[in-house]
Design a protein around this ligand. Structure first.
Ligand code: GAR
Length: 217
């Protein structure tokens, strides 16, 4: 029997990526075990999804702390109580301190709604439309000190059509994220994926700077 991999997930909103992970964890002898879901917002719908799946939840509200570091330390205390092998950011809309990121180096993943390194930050769908880009998508990456930086592990693209709106692009990107992110988390849980210095390695092979392109239609 392969060893298990304990996971803690952080979110701030709807948690559709959490739901995709919960669904994947139930399939095909997944070695991942989701121990807890933590949110900085008590009203995040993702917390409801977690409770319905019988997963422990916590709220660490950033407004209760004097500064970013105090918040991050409180967050780390809750996370470390579960001794996770992997921390999953899934729509966690807080910038994390260097202390936090260094503490989880090599075991901290994020999903971002763009083809990194393009469109770091917020409002990616509107910015893609404004720029007239024909291609958009999502990326899963190891988290480092740079905002939306860190080794890219995998990407999935979507075509931008003439009549696309930001809302429609968001839907199409979400649909890709729901396949891409669980796939990457599974690689990690199976011991196939790791951060080697600044680069992501899958099955012992260095991934290219843009990660592995996964075709999802
Ligand atoms: C996802 O689209 C994710 O890529 C994005 O937030 C959304 C969360 O959706 N994350 C970021 O923008 C981080 N920079 P969800 O709550 O339905 O999973």
């Amino acid at each position: 029997m392969q060893p298990t991999c304990s996971l803690v997930l952080l979110l701030s909103g709807s948690g559709s990526n959490l739901q995709a992970l919960i669904d994947d964890l139930e399939r095909n002898n997944h070695p991942g075990r989701l121990k807890a879901v933590i949110s900085n917002r008590a009203d995040a719908f993702g917390l409801t999804r977690a409770r319905e799946a019988g997963i422990e939840t916590h709220v660490v509200d950033h407004r209760d702390y004097a500064d970013r570091l105090a918040f991050d330390r409180a967050l780390m205390a809750v996370i470390d109580g579960y001794h996770p092998d992997l921390v999953v950011l899934a729509g966690f809309m807080r910038i994390l301190s260097a202390t936090f990121v260094a503490h989880y180096r090599g075991r901290l993943l994020n999903v971002h709604p763009s083809l990194l390194p393009k469109y770091k930050g917020l409002d990616t769908h509107a910015r893609v439309l404004e720029a007239g880009d024909p291609l958009h998508g999502c990326s899963v990456h190891f988290v480092t000190e740079q905002l939306d930086g860190g080794a890219v592990i995998a990407q999935a693209s979507v075509d931008v059509l003439a009549d696309d709106t930001a809302e429609r692009l968001a839907l199409k990107v979400h649909q890709r994220e729901h396949i891409l992110y669980p796939a990457v988390i599974r690689w990690f849980a199976e011991g196939r994926l790791r951060l080697n210095a600044e680069d992501a390695m899958l099955d012992g092979v260095l991934l290219p700077p843009s990660g592995k392109m996964i075709d999802i239609t």
